[in-house]
Design a protein around this ligand. Structure first.
Ligand code: TYM
Length: 358
């Protein structure tokens, strides 16, 4: 018994060492229900692009569109064009393509739904019902679809199929990473080391090189996160907003009456949000931006600077978007989906064998 335990310990130690020092996988996905907000962009897309460009020589970079996750909710426009547009965003944000960067669509890799079903039989109703996103998304709906409930399990499948240890995401998705970790550990305890367990959320944050999980706030109601589903136009900046209009939204953002520029999400969420946006857009550590504005009492000055950063970012980003063709994306998808199916099918087979399905 002791021998079995030490050989399994040795095996998992070797796997972890390989993840850290050999080819790790960094993976993320963004749903394509509509044009994205700068919350999606600064919270997940841009950090992923920066990490991909830094690590793609010695890591697999998986960027996919969870189109099956999209259909749990209404789609604004046409799903196919939304998917292509979302993938263009990555290129416009500066993603450098090489043989380790893989772009694919979730529904083109059927292993995702297959593993989701297997994980459904590992997850419990209790842990899935505790998901805040499920509670929020189902709130006020007379009868919510089962996809909304099952969405974190499909997300776990998206991650575990590729042995991804690092998953750059915004703070609202942290609970789903913890669920993914629990499912992977439960599966591995029962069947042996089949899945790489993604690193804890605090280590995800360190890997993303940010001081805390990113949550870009609603501009009018900074207690809430910025969300594409919020109706009020001035509460959010969309990636296709005219830069001039976006700058005006920053100028009319809700702040407070304390009269000091300080990073304090609890008492000054509006000001803190502007400091966070400024740091992320310019790729400067948040602490440096906080330091640069310490002692400033005129909120208008901070707003002017952030408005200028948003204006420049959108101007540049939208010009780049216009240069990317649909064909470029379809070509990347062709290669990416061959790669994704190969890797995902191999991992799925291991999980199927564990359960006696093969
Ligand atoms: P989704 O499509 O709702 O959001 C995509 C990403 O954007 C981040 N985000 C934000 N970050 C900071 N501030 C905000 N205001 C903000 N709004 C959104 C989200 O945290 C997310 O990282 N289930 C996921 C998609 C998904 C996925 C995956 C992600 C499916 N499978 C596997 C990673 C790995 C979702 O619905 O994200």
């Amino acid at each position: 018994m002791e021998e079995v335990r030490s050989s399994s310990l040795l095996r998992s130690t070797i796997i972890n060492l390989m993840v850290d020092f050999y080819m790790k996988t960094i993976l993320t996905g963004i749903r394509s229900n509509s044009v994205l907000t700068i919350g999606n962009y600064l919270g997940a897309l841009l950090p992923m692009v920066r990490l991909a460009n830094k690590h793609s020589k010695d890591s697999q970079i998986n960027i996919f569109v969870p189109d099956l996750h999209s259909i749990i909710a209404d789609i604004d426009g046409d799903l196919q064009s939304n998917v292509i547009r979302t993938l263009k965003y990555y290129l416009a944000a500066g993603l450098e393509i090489n043989e380790n960067v893989h772009i694919y669509r979730q529904s083109y890799v059927p292993a995702h739904s297959e593993l989701c079903w297997i994980l459904n039989c590992v997850a419990t109703m209790g842990e899935t019902s505790r998901m805040i996103q499920y509670k929020e998304k189902s709130k006020g709906q007379e009868s919510c679809n089962v996809g909304i409930f099952d969405y974190p399990i499909l997300m776990a499948a998206d991650i575990l199929l590729y042995d991804a240890a690092y998953v750059p995401i915004g703070e609202d998705q942290f609970q789903h990473i913890e669920l993914t970790r629990n499912l992977a550990m439960r599966f591995n305890n029962r069947f042996g080391e089949i899945f790489t367990v993604p690193v804890k959320t605090e280590d995800q944050v360190k890997f993303m090189e940010v001081s805390e999980g990113i949550r870009i706030r609603d501009l009018l109601n900074p207690e809430k996160k910025m969300s594409k589903s919020t109706k009020a136009e001035n509460s959010k900046i969309m990636l296709d907003d005219e830069p001039e209009k976006a700058a005006k939204k920053i100028m009319s953002a809700t702040t407070d009456s304390l009269g000091k520029v300080k990073f304090d999400m609890f008492n000054q969420p509006g000001i803190s949000n502007l400091l966070q946006i400024e740091a992320l857009i310019n790729d400067v550590p948040l602490q440096d931006v906080i330091g640069a504005w310490a002692g400033e009492t005129r909120y208008g000055e901070l707003k002017k600077k952030v408005a200028e950063s948003v204006f420049n970012m959108l101007t540049d980003f939208q010009a780049k978007m216009a240069e990317i063709s649909d064909e470029q994306i379809y070509k990347l998808l062709e290669d990416g989906e061959i790669y994704a199916n190969k890797v995902a099918n191999a991992k799925l087979l291991e999980a199927q064998k564990a359960f006696g399905l093969r």
